[in-house]
Design a protein around this ligand. Structure first.
Ligand SMILES: *Cc1c(COP(=O)(O)O)cnc(C)c1O
Length: 421
């Protein structure tokens, strides 16, 4: 016998979470209801504009994480806000069994500004890489006697699904979840010989790399590395795939990160983060010659729905109209110059490295426990991407005043840490 409706939850207006007013009330309820899988930073953020976000108490912070390399043209960009609200009032979601219109301008933007020919939209970076991996396996099945293995790099980050944990070459994303999905092998980054050594004829179907490693510590490869990997892939007829989830959409100073590297043209490219300008969106894209997925091979309920692609298309348009990539190039150089100047004052800084508006600051020792908290207190959001490394990924259009302000806050925090507190 089926039972009838059981009303477990009180009427919606009486839910505690709707009545909370203070940050502490929110945090207490979060601790009760939410899975504790992230160590959150203290502020409860309720609003953002440009490079700034505001907490529950009205305090402002420079967001030099850009919503995690997502809001490349800043928080609440007027064109994006307009597009998402207008689209929400028209149509948000249909199955991909039907045509909807906003998908196309964004697909066109990706194809016309890159070297790929076809796009498929999904919902996240991990899912984009999953799709690319399926495409690569099909390529191997059709052309390479069933080859299925994908070579990826140590210190990479490709997402947190079962397969992408195996692709991601970092033990702390893998150790608790063995056995890992077979079909991925992790080799040192920036080392073509390591890829050659891992290649097995009839087994390897593709190589998947980030143009610059983001989560792995802002690692910029030698300028000819990607091209040499590409040449090797061509020689072996395996796919050369680039994960542009973090580097795409202007961040490195070009629309797609690989365009900073001479002669590089991926067969397959994946996108996430900034491609949706704040809406949860991912994409994988390929050249015509390797467009091997056929009807029924892949799909997604939400992938590329009208709401997310309208949002992404408006963000992409803003990126073009306001020359986001050019701004990233200029502002990134300015930021790196300022950070390099900091090294004179703060010898604890051993290296400043990066490209465009993706910049890492490496220290000779682990960051002091108070450093990030101190920056936060003084109104700057930053990420410690490694125990001894800070990562800057500001909006591409952060102003020079905002960059100056951020570097001053960091400088003061470093001085305080050096003085022992
Ligand atoms: C963030 C990231 C991913 C994963 O994206 P999700 O949307 O979190 O699944 C994959 N690859 C790279 C390079 C990333 O930076």
């Amino acid at each position: 016998m089926y039972i009838g409706l059981v009303l477990r939850v009180a009427a919606k207006d009486s839910l505690e979470t709707r009545k909370m007013t203070t940050s502490q009330e929110y945090k207490d309820l979060e601790a009760k209801y939410y899975m504790q899988v992230v160590r959150r930073m203290p502020p409860v953020l309720v609003r953002g504009e440009g490079s700034r976000v505001y907490d529950n108490d009205g305090k402002s912070y420079l967001d030099f994480t850009a919503g995690w390399a997502v809001l490349n043209m800043g928080h609440s960009h007027p064109a994006v806000t307009k597009a998402v609200s207008e689209q929400a009032g028209k149509i948000m979601q249909m199955s991909n069994l039907f045509y909807t219109t906003p998908q196309l301008p964004l697909a066109q933007f990706i194809v016309e500004n890159s070297d790929v020919d076809r796009v498929f939209f999904c919902n996240s970076g991990a899912e984009a890489n999953e799709g690319a991996s399926k495409l690569a396996r099909k390529w191997g099945r059709k052309n390479l006697d069933g080859a299925y293995e994908i070579i990826t790099a140590l210190d990479s980050f490709h997402g947190r699904t079962q397969a992408m944990m195996a692709a991601t070459g970092q033990p702390h994303y893998q150790d608790n979840w063995t056995p890992l999905m077979p079909g991925f092998v992790n080799v040192p980054y920036n080392d073509l010989d390591a890829i050659k050594g891992a290649y097995v004829e009839g087994k390897t179907c593709a190589v998947l790399l980030e143009p610059v490693q983001g989560e792995g510590g802002v690692n910029v490869p030698d300028e000819d590395y990607l091209k040499r990997v590409q040449d090797f892939c061509k020689e072996k007829n395996i796919l050369f795939m680039l994960d542009e989830v973090q580097t795409g959409m202007g961040r490195l100073g070009t629309v797609f990160g690989y365009q900073r590297f001479e002669g590089v043209e991926p067969d397959v490219m994946t996108l996430g983060k900034a491609v949706g300008s704040g809406a949860p969106l991912g994409a994988f894209a390929c050249k015509e010659f390797c467009s091997v997925l056929e009807p029924g091979d892949h799909g997604s309920t939400f992938g590329g729905n009208a709401l997310t692609t309208a949002t992404g298309a408006a963000g992409a348009q803003a990126l073009l109209d306001e020359d986001g990539p050019g701004q990233a190039m200029r502002n990134g150089e300015y930021l790196m110059g300022k950070l390099n100047a900091l090294r004179e004052e703060h010898p604890v800084i051993t290296e400043v490295r990066g490209m465009g508006m993706l910049v890492g600051v490496e220290m000779s020792e682990e960051l002091s426990a108070g450093l990030i908290a101190d920056c936060l207190d003084n109104g700057l959001l930053l990420n410690a991407v490694r125990p001894n490394m800070l990562r800057f990924m500001p909006p591409l259009n952060a102003s020079t005043e905002e960059i100056d302000e951020a570097v001053e806050i960091l400088s003061a925090a470093l001085s305080k840490a050096a003085a022992g507190g």
